[in-house]
Design a protein around this ligand. Sequence first.
Ligand SMILES: Cc1cc2nc3c(=O)[nH]c(=O)nc-3n(C[C@H](O)[C@H](O)[C@H](O)COP(=O)(O)O)c2cc1C
Length: 220
Amino acid sequence: MKIVAINGSPRGMGGTTGKLLEEVLAGAEQAGAEVEIVSLSQTPIKPCVACDACHRVGICSIQDEYEPIKEKLLAADAFVLATPNYFSSVTGQMKCFFDRCNGLAHRTVLEGKYAAAVVTSGGGDDQDVLRYIGHFANALGAQSVGSVASAGVGPGLFLEPEALFAKARALGGELCASVREKRAYPEQDEWRLAFRGRMEYLVSLMGEYWPYEREYWANR
Ligand SMILES: Cc1cc2nc3c(=O)[nH]c(=O)nc-3n(C[C@H](O)[C@H](O)[C@H](O)COP(=O)(O)O)c2cc1C
């Protein structure tokens, strides 16, 4: 089982988010997963330019590491999205990555895969960020297994690390169990399937301009 983790912290794995992510991945490895980390601080992703190449030909027109990361996501059974809370949202690095995934969302191509979220912050008010990340995962077709979020009290430091790290490791284990048991999360279906329906309809309207996506939905 393969799990890919995308870390949107500018501090990479040396930051607070990286520390919490490490614990989630340790739990996943313990449950038998092979994990790979993509640190967006090492592989910066440029902003989407809305050229529609992903919709027309299925390949992004921007020259950077997005396409290899996309292939890793497509090859994985599950993924983890990790980010510091920046003004109740994800970091700019992560937002650029999310936006570049627009073609994946138009095809809801990660259906059958599972996602988990990791968020750290200064204040601990992370619900908006978690909801946003959950919607991103659902927009790509994946189901969210759960999340772990915490305020940090210094670089890589937390107030009650033992309980937090136990929760993080359990989340890694849950992610693997969801893949193995092909778990369903029906509470996400209303949003997830409504989004899927909107994308299929949108592509049916725009098929003349977006032949790659038209073919994809026609052959699905
Ligand atoms: C630009 C910026 C914006 C931030 N905005 C918030 C915020 O809105 N709420 C909050 O609780 N913490 C905020 N923080 C604090 C970070 O979320 C927190 O320090 C986080 O744990 C850093 O993770 P890292 O070490 O992985 O970079 C912000 C930090 C920065 C640099």
